[in-house]
Design a protein around this ligand. Structure first.
Ligand code: FMN
Length: 173
């Protein structure tokens, strides 16, 4: 049984999409799923100055290690994020920036691990998928060639939803 971490950037429609994915995968005996929302971890905005402050006395926020542990202990990840201004939403890049600076073994969380990129976005969400594919690949993750995108005018086709999730789960290393 593979451990699948579903990471929502928000607590709104991308979280709903995450829960929908988890509910669908309940009947899949290849995986167990956990859903988190990055909003719940309330990380501060990464700045080099704040990082220095943490290094020079104050401890790094505990939630950075918590996210890192969840990522490292999973076999694969599904990322549900909105597109913002033709790119990746800051809450995701902020979380990745913190774990890359505040934890040691964080690279194991991405290296050779399968990722599926999903989105509930206002427009078509494609720029986020392209941008995040580049970032996850740079971090060593194996990004699934298909993605699931819901927009404000178009829901995800049911057959596509089930096919993509079934294919992704059966290909987890
Ligand atoms: C700052 C900001 C920028 C946005 N830029 C885009 C965009 O470039 N493309 C797009 O498809 N939607 C864009 N949207 C709309 C969001 O993708 C959309 O509201 C999404 O559903 C929000 O996800 P949520 O319901 O999980 O919060 C933007 C929203 C915000 C707040």
């Amino acid at each position: 049984m593979k451990k699948l971490l579903i990471i929502s950037s928000t607590k709104k429609s991308n979280f709903d999409l995450s829960i929908k994915i988890k509910d669908y995968l309940k009947s899949n005996d290849q995986v167990t799923c956990e859903v988190i929302s990055l909003e719940d971890f309330e990380l501060p905005l990464y700045t080099p100055t704040l990082e220095e402050k943490f290094k020079n006395g104050e401890l790094f926020p505990e939630n950075i290690s918590k996210i890192k542990e969840l990522i490292c202990s999973s076999n694969a990840m599904i990322w549900c994020s909105p597109e913002y201004n033709g790119g990746i939403s800051p809450i995701v890049t902020n979380a990745i920036a913190w774990i890359s600076r505040a934890t040691k073994d964080w690279k194991e969380g991405f290296d050779n691990k399968n990722s599926l990129i999903c989105s509930s976005s206002g427009g078509n969400g494609r720029n986020y998928v392209k941008g995040f594919t580049l970032q996850l690949s740079y971090l060593g993750s194996i990004v699934f060639e298909k993605s699931l995108i819901k927009t404000s005018s178009k829901d995800i086709d049911n057959t596509e939803f089930t096919n993509v999730l079934n294919d992704f789960c059966s290909n987890i290393i």
